[in-house]
Structure formats: C-alpha cells, structure tokens
Design a protein around this ligand. Structure first.
Ligand code: GDP
Ligand code: MG
Length: 692
C-alpha cells in the first residue's frame, strides 16, 4: 500500500559545504532505524556518500535519494552537495522537492553558498526550516546566526528552541541540550546510546529568562497568523501546543516564516526534534500548488494544472539519471496519477513512448522493486532510452509538458584526447552517458584535431569527471590545461540588411532580411525578437521563418568563434518581393544579415567573472589581499565574522586557476573560500589580444 499523500514529505537538505548535511542525513537514518550504524563522514562510512570519489574527498557529489519512516510519515530525502561546482544537483533537487531543511554551522553562520541556495529555494517556492548545527563547537553563536538569517537572507526566522550552553566540553558552559519553546521543556539526549533516548525536564533557572523572552517572541509572531493565538495570549490563558504547531505549519508552508532549530549532529543532539519538525511543518505533496504545464489542444498550447491525485492522468518529471548495470536509472518525481511497471509513458519532447520496464523505491544502499507508484512519490525507473534530465513523462492520452529545469552555463573547458585511437569510440560513448547524467557537463568532439573539449562548472567538476574516466572506465586521456569558456557580444548597436540573390538550378532565390543587433545587459544567450508583424497570413509566415533563420545563423558565434552572449537580434520591417521568398532564400539572407551585423559592429570578448568569498584570520589578511590584487580581483566588501575577516571580491575565472592551492599557501592553510559564477564580463585588453 503506498502511503497516503498527507503522510509523505519530499524534502532536501541544503547548505554550505561542511555545515553538516551528510552528518545530519546519517543521523536521521540512524534514528529512523533505516540504518543500524552511525555513519561517519570523516571515516568514509556514510550511506549517502557511497561513491568512491565522494568517500575519498569526504564531500557529497551525487545527490542520492533515501527514503525512511518517521512515526507515520514517509520521508523521501535527497542529500545535495554544497560545492558550487555541483550547483545543478541542488537546482534539480529543489525543483522536485516540496520542502527543505537548511543547515548552518553555528560557528560560521550564514555563508556564501547558503545565500545562493536560499535564493534558489526562493525561486522554486520551497518552504524551509533551519537547523543551526555544530553548537558544540568553539565559537558557536546560535543567536548571531539567527540574526544573520534575518539580515543576510531577508527571512523571518521563528526561533523554536534555545540551546543550553554552547561550545565544546572543556568550556565553562558547554552545549548540553535544547529548550523546546512550544512545550517549554528542556530536552537532553543520553550519551550512553548515542542520543537515542531523549529526556524532558524543567527549564534550568539560568535559562528561564532567555527561554521566556524567546517564547514571548514566538507567540507574538504568531499573532499575525492566528486570532485564536492572539486572544488566548492576551487573556493570559494557556495556548495548546497543537494549536501553536498548526499555526506554525500554515505560516511555514505559506513561506511567511522559517522555523529555526538547533543541535549538534555529530553528538546526536537535536536530531529527533528536527525530524518531528519536518513532519509537523514541511508540506506534504497535497499542500503544495498543483503542478503546471502546457498541453496541446489542436494546434494551440494551453496552460494546464494537474492535482496530486492518483486517479488523474499520470505525469512526472525526470530529474536525475544514474548509469546502472541494468540500464540507466531515471529518478522521477510523480506529480499526478499512477505509474505501473511494464507500461509505457509519453515523452512530449521526443514525441514518442518510452518503456517503463521496472520501478524501484530507492534507498541509498539498497532498493526495492515495486509494481505501482503514484502522485507524490519519488521513484527510480528503468526502461526509457531517450529521456534526459528535465524531461516530462506522461499519459499518452493526456499529454502535458512540465516546465523543464534550467541549468547554468558552463564556465570552464578542457581538451582531452584518448591515448590510442582504439579508445576514441569508447570515450565518446562514455562521455555521451555522462552528458545524459549531468546536464551541466558538455563534451564536443573535434574531427580536425582529434580532441574532445569537455566543459563544466569549475576545476573540481572537470577533475571529478577525469577521475571517473580513469577509475570507472579505465580510459586514460592526455589532458590539456583547462581554460575558461569565452563568449562574445557585439560591440555596439547596428542596423543591417542581408540579401539573397542567387541562381540555383535555374531558380532565383531572392530575399532581404533587415535586422538590428545590439549588446544587452542580460546575462543570457542570444535573444531573437520579432518587432515587425505583417498583417496577412502568408507575409506573417515569412516573418516567422525570418526570425527562426536569424536564430539559427547566430549559432555560428562571433568574430573569434566564441558563442554569442548578451546579444539581441531584432527583425525589422523587411521588403517583401513578389512572389514571396522561399525558406531557402530567407535562410541565406538571414545568414548574410547576421554576418554583416557582427562584422560591422565588431565584437567584445567576454569572460566568466566569479564571486569570491574568502575568510581569513587577521594575521594573514594582508597576504591574501595582495594575492587577490595580483589576480585582478576587485574587492567589493570586507567585514568581520566570528573573529575572521571575510573578503568579498569579484575576479575573472581565468586568474583563479589553482587558487585553492595558492590561498592555502599564503595563509598557511588558515583561509577558506568559496566561489560561484557571477556573470560574463568584458575580458581585459591583454586577454582579448592574446586570444587566438
Ligand atoms: P557537508 O559537507 O555539509 O555534508 O558536511 P559533513 O556532514 O560532511 O560534515 C563536515 C564536517 O563537520 C565533518 O568533519 C563532520 O564530522 C563535522 N560535523 C558535522 N556536524 C557536526 C557537529 O554538529 N559538530 C561538530 N563539531 N562537527 C560536526
Ligand atoms: Mg556531504
């Protein structure tokens, strides 16, 4: 029997790297008895990081779906990586999840990557709860982190617990437990059984004032969401815990507040209350808005909604593909209807049916085959051949196209060549498979040079791919230095006219295409816009063909052969010959117009600019800043956080190669940093000149 919709939580755990996501996941599995041992990140024995590459590096690269029971709730949990090179993993998880737990380190507070993930969660409208982890660490600051959640993330934190003590065992008042502000009880966790037994008791005298203050804060925040709470509070009557929880649930799902809890995942403090909060406050698939998509009715597209009802027609989204011994395993979030093993489903992008041979419920280290699954579920499907990440699968009798997942542009590329020509075919097959699995990875073969250019989100991303080629597929490649992916835009606005005036096979192909080309502020690929809309049907068809022909012609790139970026091409009123031009003539004229525009305007070389955040202790501040300046970085902000200086800077990616080794050496290993792609900006004069 599949669980009732209300009993499902599809959630993700997201955070800055090292905040403790994997440890939190492990503890959840342990306390829900899905796992019998306590996994340890530092010893490479976790369940979700089961890829050898991950265990070696101690970071989560491939998100894994894990299901477990907590009381009467089925939690489908996706562990996501925090490293920015793997941002696509986070993006696609958020797209299919209904709620998220955001983990912060109480020592580091709100870090760069937490902000990025927070914005992604906003974009997908994902309700959240926060865990302030690592309260057992030296310098942990629970309330400071709460303030940062409000100020840096512009969120409304609702504090549900206050910690008893903070810091490691040797400090005067170490972290020992949590006061639950709803029941107003102190919860402690026994050391003997790794925190499995929790005990409730009265709030110690020393914490009474703090607890009362935050309890008042909690209750008065809820006034905005419930008259009943307000009336009871004003009458100084007791407020039932169940009422408080129900109001918090509603406000969390409406994304008006973010409940905040505390804990130490490492010491197993606060994990069960976190699981209770997931069940109490995060939405079930029935609580989120119906999924939206486009449906074809005759020749026109109409927007449609599908309720999460097992009896409505089936639709789901492929959000991850993993290669498997028995064929690719497609992770599908089912939004509506029911899917049966041994059936077929429609892929509207391919306009064909795909086989649904087997259905698997996935745990990180084992899986269970099922015959049927329905709305709200996350399931592994074996059978489809052509579907890729972001594709919709649906009932052929009720086709719908769900919005796909958008992935960021690649910023770095590297040439590789197999050592023997025998290996070339194998390499190309393996890279094809990797492209299907990872939508932020590209690979293009060049016939002329025999090289393959692979591109991705950063140095680490490409390095991991290269390791997989060697380790999993025994493919040894010569590797060239990675280089950044350059782009071009037109240098100024121009208006041009392209012609076709050819004789082919006795036929005159005559057409004229007028267009305007201009650079834009948008961080996006080429836009083609139609400004001229002729009235009669056949001329309006001609104009539409012109627009798409312009779009195709721009794919050849700029003067230096790089892809065009931040550029708009607008079709202007063009003279129409009689008889109207053929499609072939239009294509020739459009290509001519695009070539002329690029040539007349000239182009500007663009390079990826990264946002960099470096945390460094005072003693090494000068050296780190010096090094940054030599790298053409622009420092945009510096401030103090938990005793270290945080430097925010923007720098071309091309001057950041090898930065992790460099920053380690100038700071004697004491600085840490994160970077994320910010934008494409004009390359320096030297770079542009030396560009061949
Ligand atoms: P992730 O990168 O977010 O998945 O973080 P991990 O779970 O891999 O943890 C990063 C490091 O922090 C590891 O060395 C963990 O042992 C450690 N860690 C995680 N949670 C805690 C905690 O609550 N307290 C302390 N002191 N260390 C923790
Ligand atoms: Mg991890």
């Amino acid at each position: 029997m599949p669980p009732a919709l209300q009993q499902i939580r599809n959630i993700g755990i997201v955070a800055h790297i090292d905040a403790g996501k994997t440890t939190v996941t492990e503890r959840m599995l342990f306390f829900s008895k899905a796992s019998h041992r306590l996994g340890d990140v530092d010893r490479g024995t976790t369940i979700t990081d089961f890829d050898p590459e991950e265990q070696e590096r101690g970071i989560t690269i491939y998100s894994a779906a894990v299901s477990f029971q907590w009381n009467d709730i089925t939690v489908n949990l996706i562990d996501t990586p925090g490293h920015v090179d793997f941002t696509a993993e986070v993006e696609r998880s958020l797209r299919v999840l209904d709620g998220a737990v955001v983990v912060f380190s109480a020592r580091e507070g709100v870090e760069a990557q937490s902000e990025t993930v927070w914005r992604q969660a906003d974009k997908y409208g994902v309700p959240r709860i926060c865990l302030i982890n690592k309260l057992d660490r030296e310098g942990a600051d629970f309330f400071g982190t709460v303030r940062q959640i409000a100020s840096r993330l512009s969120a409304k934190p609702l504090v549900l617990q206050v910690p008893l003590g903070m810091g490691p065992p040797h400090v005067a008042n170490p972290f020992r437990g949590l006061v639950d502000l709803i029941s107003m009880q102190l919860i402690t966790f026994s050391k003997e059984d790794n925190g499995a037994t929790s005990t409730q008791g009265p709030i110690p005298q020393e914490l009474l004032e703090t607890a009362t203050h935050w309890r008042d804060d909690l209750v008065s925040t809820l006034f905005d969401f419930s008259d009943e709470v307000a009336e009871l509070a004003l009458a100084e009557a007791p407020i039932p815990c169940e009422l408080i929880r129900a109001v918090i649930r509603e406000a969390t799902i409406a994304r008006r507040i973010v409940p905040v809890l505390g804990g130490s995942a490492l010491d197993c403090i606060g994990v069960q209350p976190l699981l209770d909060a997931v069940a109490s406050y995060l939405p079930s698939p029935a609580d989120v808005p119906d999924v939206q998509g486009m449906s074809l009715s005759g020749k026109t597209e109409i927007a449609v909604r599908r309720p999460p009802d097992p009896n409505s027609p089936f639709c789901g989204l492929v959000f991850k593909i993993v290669a498997d011994k028995h064929g690719d395993l497609h992770y599908v979030r089912i939004y509506s209807g029911t899917l049966k093993a041994g059936s077929r489903a429609w892929n509207p992008r391919l306009a064909k049916k795909e086989n649904i041979a087997q259905l698997w419920h996935l745990q990180a280290d084992r899986r269970e085959q099922v015959l049927l699954c329905s709305a709200g579920d996350i399931i592994g499907v074996i059978g489809p051949r052509g579907s890729v990440t972001g594709d919709t699968l649906c009932d052929a009798a009720a086709p719908i196209l769900l919005e796909s997942i958008c992935f960021p542009e690649t910023v770095i590329s590297m040439a590789i060549e197999p050592e023997t020509s025998l290996e070339r075919k194998k390499l190309s097959e393996v890279l094809d498979m990797m492209k299907r699995q990872d939508p932020t990875f590209r690979a293009v073969e060049s016939e002329e040079t025999g090289q393959t250019i692979i591109s991705g989100m950063g140095e680490l991303h490409l390095e991991v791919i290269r390791h997989r080629l060697e380790r999993e597929f025994n493919l040894h490649c010569r590797v060239h230095r990675p280089r950044v992916s350059y782009k071009e835009t037109v240098a100024r606005q121009v208006v041009v006219e392209g012609q076709s005036n050819r004789q082919i096979a006795g036929q005159t192909l005559f057409a004229t295409v007028r267009l305007r080309a201009e650079p834009t502020e948008d961080q996006s690929a080429v836009q083609t816009v139609q400004e001229w809309f002729p009235q009669d049907a056949s001329s309006s068809h001609v104009a539409a063909v012109m627009v798409s022909a312009i779009g195709e012609s721009t794919e050849r790139g700029g003067l230096k052969g790089c892809p065009l970026w931040s550029t708009r091409f607008t079709l202007l009123e063009s003279p129409l010959p009689d008889p109207l031009p053929s499609d072939v003539a239009i294509r020739i004229a459009a290509a001519d117009a695009v070539d002329k525009a690029i040539f007349e305007a000239g182009t500007v070389l663009l390079e990826p600019i990264m946002k960099l955040e470096v945390s460094v202790p005072e003693a090494h501040l000068g050296d780190v800043i010096n090094d940054l300046q030599q790298r053409r970085a622009v420092i945009t902000n510096t401030y103090l956080r938990a005793g270290v200086t945080v430097i925010e800077a923007e720098s071309p990616l091309s001057s950041l190669f090898g930065y992790s080794a460099a920053v380690r050496s100038v700071s004697q290993g004491r600085a840490s940093f994160t970077m994320s792609p910010l934008k494409y900006g004009p390359a320096s004069a030297e770079t542009a000149e030396s560009f061949v």
